[in-house]
Ligand binder design. Structure first.
Ligand code: BTN
Length: 238
């Protein structure tokens, strides 16, 4: 279904390019972003040529109750692509960080997903995927980040991009159904962990993450009470 694929050398943000001209099934890839956007107004930076910066526009599911699942299922697509092309153990941190298990046994962030809904006659989502491919230690933003290269994986960006785009189509075919939800739940490293959630409404709360509910929210056990938290909230693992 991809109808328009643009490869740019340098751009502010691939998500911004697609949001400015919203039509479904477009893809924009950049070699370098000068103002890459992360979730929660953060920045997303990577030295030129080291990472994948990809945005893709797709129609949203007709059932609006499924919209909360969209970013999570994009994570499933990225995880599937990495699993198919590498031997890595890939986990998803709710809502949509892509982690890999390093040789020392710790989970580190290798990619991030930023989904932005675009209103219109056909509601659409711009999906932004950033993936650390070739960065060396000193080229990463923090100790919590890693790259494929640093974990012994040398796959060219084109191969990864093609696989991710194929997996996105698979996921889109099924995202009005619930078949992928359990794949997300099983890949989600947040479930089972003791976390602090910072929410705009409720401030900071602590609990054990026990599930992802039917709206894609993270459910915490807070002193015996099951409380769902939405995608805008920040999760800190304790
Ligand atoms: C996050 O972890 O906070 C999400 C990061 C998303 C980064 C990607 S890179 C391609 C696309 N364009 C952007 O400006 N951001 C996303």
């Amino acid at each position: 279904p991809w109808s328009d694929l643009q490869v740019l050398d340098r751009v502010e943000s691939t998500n911004a390019v697609l949001s400015a001209d919203p039509r479904p099934w477009r893809v924009v890839i950049a070699n370098f972003q000068t103002a890459g956007r992360g979730r929660l107004d953060r920045q997303w930076q990577a030295p030129e040529g080291t990472s994948i910066a990809l945005s893709a526009s797709m129609p949203l599911p007709a059932d609006t109750a499924r919209w909360g699942w969209v970013p999570l299922l994009v994570g499933v697509a990225v995880r599937r692509a990495l699993r198919r092309l590498t031997q890595l153990d890939v986990g998803l941190k709710w809502p949509n960080d892509v982690l890999i298990c390093t040789a020392s046994g710790s989970w580190r962030k290798v990619g991030g997903i930023l989904c932005e809904a675009v209103a219109g006659a056909t509601p659409m989502v711009v999906i932004g995927i950033g993936l650390n491919v070739w960065q060396k230690e000193q080229e990463l933003p923090s100790d919590a980040a890693t790259s494929l290269f640093l974990n012994g994986v040398c796959v060219d960006r084109e191969t990864l991009i093609v696989q991710i785009l194929n997996e996105l189509v698979e996921v889109e075919n099924a995202w009005h159904t619930t078949v992928l939800d359990n794949e997300y739940r099983n890949s989600c490293v947040t479930v089972g962990q003791f976390v602090k959630v910072s929410s705009a409404q409720a401030g900071d709360v602590n609990g054990v993450a026990v599930d992802i509910d039917e709206l894609g929210r993270l459910v915490l056990d807070q002193d015996g009470e099951r409380v769902p938290h939405s995608v805008g909230d920040i999760v800190h693992v304790r």
